[in-house]
Ligand binder design. Structure first.
Ligand SMILES: N[C@@H](CCC(=O)NCCCC(=O)O)C(=O)O
Length: 254
């Protein structure tokens, strides 16, 4: 009996200049976690903003994965004054990922948003971000260790407390896990439709989910993709995302 075809997920891209070309690209660590652990097939969505038919994309996939990136959501999108503390920007990505997030939520398409992704999720739904949080009173330094290798930069660093009865509590079946940390921005004002699913010891919001949502909508500030094969909570997040994607496909094709 032929194997059921793997469901497809959409992954919006970063726009980068490299070797005299403009590239629309995504880091491989997210794609391999989707393939190997969530067992879904990622399709990159080029960041051409309103030139991309978001509905046509969502007609063809059963999930959305929003990756991390060194760039930051443009502050004008949440009413902050642009400046060096908010740079670098990737406005083409913003113009694609934010509409994609809103449309996926409106249609009940499962969504996993990681690092920059949780920040985009919050802004897309009306929230705001704080920048250079390591300079804020009482905050830890959430940036990556100043280390030469990716394994060291994405090393597990600090605990986060999982909100009881949250979507994430159901996925992880634990009240505290340890996570890596590679960010200098974080959620400031939480969007009205989101609820906190995890916090760090300094109060930084580390995960959110959509209030009263039937669909899987989870944002995490850490990087479960990096250790998705070896770290149990990381694996569980990608497995749960894959389960939600397959359920969406089964319901859509029933
Ligand atoms: N730029 C935002 C989001 C951080 C993020 O997505 N980090 C992952 C990749 C970054 C890297 O490889 O250095 C912020 O800083 O909060």
């Amino acid at each position: 009996m032929s194997k059921a075809p793997r469901p497809l997920i959409a992954v919006p891209t970063d726009v980068k200049q490299f070797e005299n070309y403009t590239w629309h690209t995504a880091p491989g660590q997210y794609l391999t976690a989707a393939i190997d652990v969530a067992e879904v097939t990622p399709l990159l969505v080029p960041s051409f903003g309103d030139r991309i038919d978001i509905d046509a994309v969502l007609d063809g996939v059963d999930g959305v994965l929003i990756t991390g990136a060194k760039s930051n959501v443009h502050p004008a999108l949440y009413g902050a004054e642009p400046g060096p503390a908010y740079e670098p920007y990737d406005e083409a990505r913003d113009a694609t990922s934010l509409p994609l997030i809103r449309a996926a939520i409106a249609r009940g398409v499962p969504l996993l948003a990681i690092c920059r992704g949780i920040q985009e999720l919050n802004v897309a739904l009306g929230g705001t971000l704080a920048t250079e949080i390591q300079e804020l009173e009482g905050r830890m330094d959430h940036r990556a260790p100043d280390a030469p290798t990716p394994d060291e930069r994405f090393a597990i660093q600090h605990p986060v407390r999982i909100a009881p009865n949250s979507c994430l509590a159901g996925i992880l079946n634990d009240d505290s896990i340890r996570v890596n940390s590679v960010h200098r921005q974080a959620i400031d004002r939480l969007a009205p439709r989101l609820e906190v699913a995890a916090v760090a010891d300094d109060g930084t919001i580390e995960a959110v989910s959509l209030r009263d949502s039937k669909a899987f909508v989870v944002g995490v500030q850490w990087h479960p993709e990096y250790w998705a094969r070896s770290d149990a909570p990381s694996r569980r997040i990608f497995e749960a995302f894959g389960e939600a994607v397959r359920a969406h496909k089964a319901a859509r094709t029933a």
